[in-house]
Design a protein around this ligand. Structure first.
Ligand code: ADP
Ligand code: MG
Length: 220
């Protein structure tokens, strides 16, 4: 589903990622970890074509990232949902509209949009907050809106960048349980986190980044 083959990324003459190779299979729930600044966010950006590799090849859901043109990137993005670290919710739009926005740009019928948005808000247990504005929600609720927005277009791959970064342990567990459920329904999930407790004893695959490279990759 996601394949990196000798991928390198350079920013301002600094090698951030060097010769990175790994495969995430369809249906996996995997983690990428390592200290702050090691390149976790950059690795996710490469997957959704938010950054382009300087070397190597990346394939995502059958798309070869190197061959994408600016106008074909939106097609890739329909298959790749992203839970951004900084949420990027629109504070002047309510929860429903924040989630619906991703579908409105696809020209869907209003009833279909309403049904899909309500279904995904139910999945994240936020139906009752549909008319609330993001800045009136708790951090855990905001994170669930972001997940709903990423899932509403039914992506085959879901990427999440430090999804529990600002949450207490109870809310972190709710979010992790949600990712497990999304994964169990068939979406491939990749989570970038510096928080080892998220994957310890999870039995899931973990990619460790260190000094621009993959230090170890374990399949437990
Ligand atoms: N757009 C950018 N321009 C220049 N340098 C960047 C950019 N994005 C990230 N970097 C640098 O790349 C390195 C890895 O950053 P990042 O991927 O955000 O790491 P992590 O998510 O693991 O904390 C850092 O040194 C960071 O400063
Ligand atoms: Mg990061």
């Amino acid at each position: 589903m996601i394949e990196f083959s000798d991928v390198s990324k350079i920013y301002d003459n600094d090698i951030v990622l060097k010769d990175i190779s790994f495969t995430i299979n369809k249906g996996d729930l995997a983690f990428v970890t390592g200290p702050s600044g090691v390149g976790k966010t950059t690795l996710l950006k490469l997957i959704y074509a938010g950054a382009i590799p300087d070397e190597g090849n990346i394939t995502v859901a059958g798309w070869e990232i190197r061959k994408l043109q600016q106008r074909t990137i939106p097609y890739l993005r329909r298959h790749v949902g992203v839970v951004f670290q900084d949420f990027r919710l629109l504070n002047n739009k309510n929860v429903f509209d924040n989630v619906a926005l991703a579908l409105r740009i696809h020209n869907m019928h209003p009833k279909e949009i309403r049904d899909d948005v309500n279904a995904v808000l139910k999945d994240v247990k936020l139906q009752h907050k549909s008319h609330s504005f993001p800045d009136h929600l708790s951090g855990g609720e905001q994170q669930r809106v972001v997940i709903a927005r990423a899932m509403v277009s039914k992506p085959t791959v879901l990427l999440a960048d430090e999804p529990t970064g600002n949450l207490d342990s109870a809310n972190s567990k709710i979010i992790m349980d949600l990712f497990k459920e999304i994964n169990a329904r068939g979406t491939t999930v990749l989570i970038a986190t510096h928080n080892e407790s998220l994957f310890q004893q999870s039995g899931r695959r973990v990619i460790y980044l260190k000094d621009s490279s993959i230090e170890m990759e374990i399949s437990k």
